[in-house]
Design a protein around this ligand. Structure first.
Ligand code: PMT
Length: 401
């Protein structure tokens, strides 16, 4: 996870930066948006604050006690300004610092990416050309604008590149800067996600509230770290995570078969799925009817323990060096019970996250303590599920080395 500053200056293309922000957040980065005051005429402060989960200011007079105009630039891993208008380029080239964005550009010592967007005449004006040359000479990466349709009917160079392109540039730069970003390059990982369903009849099932968000966050993050990712997804309704192959299953037994098949050659296996421990002994072929008499009790039988079987196969000489990770959803997390569960399941790491009362299942945020086979504990404070995924992969990558 990197600390990224997304500067937004006052161009119509500011709306595209909302998508860029989303991509950065989904990749697990912490993003602070610094718009110029005029940029807020195009996209308002609530949009940036809601999408980033961070406060938004345009001037140097907000949060003065935190000395934001210096601290933000100093602590960033990367700054990207998109769109960068002709005016912003001129002020940056002149070393001005009248607002929070230009002050941040002056204090940043990390890579700075500027993505200009403006009308062709402004881009081709000698003043802009000179400013861009000066900024490049000082080390900024200025991305030439794309050519195409501009605000009105006119076309030419001046378009902001698409958010996916800008995101790819940011990820490539971060991969070079922060080795963690490429720490799973060439590795195969298999992740289970979602909640299994055990059918009672053609219309009813026993299930749980897992949405697959945590599993998909792990998948996206692993793909961005260079891994080949397979997700075994039980009843997940989210869009497929970028860069991952998705195998769909319904029940615990389906997931058992799919996980054992997919995990054979994996370097790491992570079980985030909420798997039903039990299933009804019998499934009715027709809808169970209400006939006025006392309903039959539901008799249950145990499902296979997938995590236990994956760890057991590894222990019996399966894939050399494979890392096996379990998750544990606990309403009252307890260290002794966690360590005992880890030993019972036979995994290397157990990510214990609190659930219930709006926590864990379906939430955007999560927190956990990761227990290791060797007895260590790594607390992960409350944050996005993407941020939690980053810590899990850091721990997995360290074990794979
Ligand atoms: O999908 P979200 O809405 O984002 O929610 C995420 C989550 C809360 C579901 C996730 O973070 C989580 O905690 N997943 C594990 C849920 C769970 O089933 O915990 P458990 O303590 O019952 O099981 C422990 C481990 O054994 C889990 O890795 C589970 O996948 C595995 N297991 C359980 C039963 C079984 N028959 N086979 C298994 O492999």
């Amino acid at each position: 996870m990197a600390r990224v500053i997304l500067g937004v200056s006052a161009g119509i293309a500011a709306y595209k930066s909302a998508s860029l922000l989303r991509l950065l957040r989904e990749a697990g980065h912490r993003v602070r948006v610094i718009p110029t005051a005029d940029a807020l005429r195009f996209v308002g402060e609530p949009t940036w604050a809601a999408l980033s989960g961070e406060p938004v200011a345009t001037d140097v007079w907000t949060a003065v006690d935190e000395v934001a105009h210096v601290r933000l630039g100093q602590s960033a891993d990367l700054v990207i300004v998109a769109p960068a208008t002709a005016d912003l380029l001129a002020r940056a080239a002149a070393g001005m610092s009248g607002d929070l964005l230009t002050a941040t550009l002056l204090t940043a010592r990390c890579p700075v990416v500027l993505a200009p967007a403006m009308h062709t005449e402004m881009w081709e004006h000698p003043a802009t050309t000179a400013n861009v040359a000066l900024l490049r000479q000082r080390g900024a990466l200025v991305i030439d604008p794309a050519s195409g349709r501009l605000t009105g009917a006119d076309t030419g160079p001046g378009r902001l590149p698409e958010p996916e392109e800008l995101f790819a540039v940011v990820q490539a730069l971060l991969a070079r800067l922060m080795p963690a970003a490429a720490s799973l390059a060439g590795r195969r990982v298999v992740i289970s996600a979602g909640g299994t369903r055990e059918e009672l009849d053609p219309v009813r099932f026993l299930g749980n509230w897992s949405t697959g968000k945590q599993g998909y966050a792990l998948a996206r993050s692993a793909a961005l770290r260079g891994a080949e990712v397979t997700v075994v997804a039980a009843n997940v309704e989210l869009p497929d995570p970028a860069g991952a192959r998705v195998v769909r299953v319904v029940s615990a037994r389906d997931m058992h078969a799919a996980m054992l098949a997919e995990a054979g050659i994996a370097d790491a296996v992570v079980m985030t799925a909420a798997v039903a421990d039990f299933r009804p002994v019998a499934r009715s072929d027709s809808k169970i009817k209400k006939d006025g008499s006392q309903p039959d009790p539901i008799v249950l039988t145990e499902n296979p323990d997938i995590l236990h079987d994956l760890a057991g196969r590894r222990a019996r000489g399966g894939r050399q060096g494979q890392v096996v990770v379990g998750f544990a959803a606990e309403t009252d997390p307890d260290p002794q019970a966690a360590q005992a569960k880890l030993a019972r399941k036979g995994c290397d790491l157990l990510v214990v996250n609190p659930v219930g009362n709006g926590r864990g299942f379906g939430s955007a945020d999560n927190e956990a303590i990761v227990y290791s086979r060797e007895g260590s504990q790594t607390p992960i404070p409350r944050g996005s599920k993407e941020a939690l995924a980053e810590v899990v992969w850091d721990l997995v990558a360290a074990r794979l080395q």
